[in-house]
Design a protein. Structure first.
Length: 185
């Protein structure tokens, strides 16, 4: 794990497996990065943030080269996964990656999907010598080392092939539609 956050999650999984037994068989769901419309939107999640930038300013600024891969999960696919897990017996501790195989996207792929829907959006990569204020900290452009693609075939074999049916293109289009409806754009 490249970050303290992901290292902590791994250590918790290891501990849960260690204490398992006597009818306690934890199921650990590794959700891909969730995105999509919510009445309490989180714009710190990268797809929500990039879509928000595109709709609010007609500009998308990336603070990296955009080539990092990310696994993504549309928010409306989560309840079916949780229902399937709760209605199944597990005889041993189980770790399952949760997401859609076709939602493993590079950041630049997400930008291109947005630009096919919102034609008048400009894209700008932050140059290495520039700084950009995000929240309360300055970010300097650099290569994103947190690049990874996730295999969801185990989820499909345990819970069912159509557990997360929304691919990146459809999910992003739905997010844009929902935000435009709520904000009246």
């Amino acid at each position: 794990p490249p970050t303290p956050y992901s290292n902590n999650k791994l250590r918790i999984e290891e501990y849960l497996q260690f204490i398992a037994g006597d009818g306690f068989n934890p199921v650990m769901l590794r959700f891909a990065t969730v995105y999509g419309y919510s009445p309490r939107m989180r714009f710190d999640l990268y797809i929500n943030m990039v879509v928000g930038m595109a709709l609010a300013t007609k500009k998308i600024q990336l603070n990296s080269d955009g080539l990092a891969w990310r696994p993504n999960l549309y928010i409306e696919d989560i309840p079916g996964v949780i229902d399937a897990v709760l209605n199944r017996d597990f005889s041993e501790p189980t770790i399952i990656n949760i997401g859609n195989q076709n939602s493993n996207l590079r950041v630049v792929d997400v930008v291109e999907i947005i630009k096919t829907i919102e034609k008048d959006v400009e894209t700008r990569l932050l140059q290495p010598e520039e700084n950009s204020l995000y929240g309360d900290q300055y970010v300097t452009s650099k290569k994103d080392t947190r690049s990874y693609r996730v295999d969801f075939s185990r989820m499909n074999s345990i819970l069912g092939v159509d557990m997360c049916p929304t691919d990146g293109r459809r999910g992003i289009a739905t997010l844009i539609k929902n935000l435009k409806t709520v904000v009246n754009i």
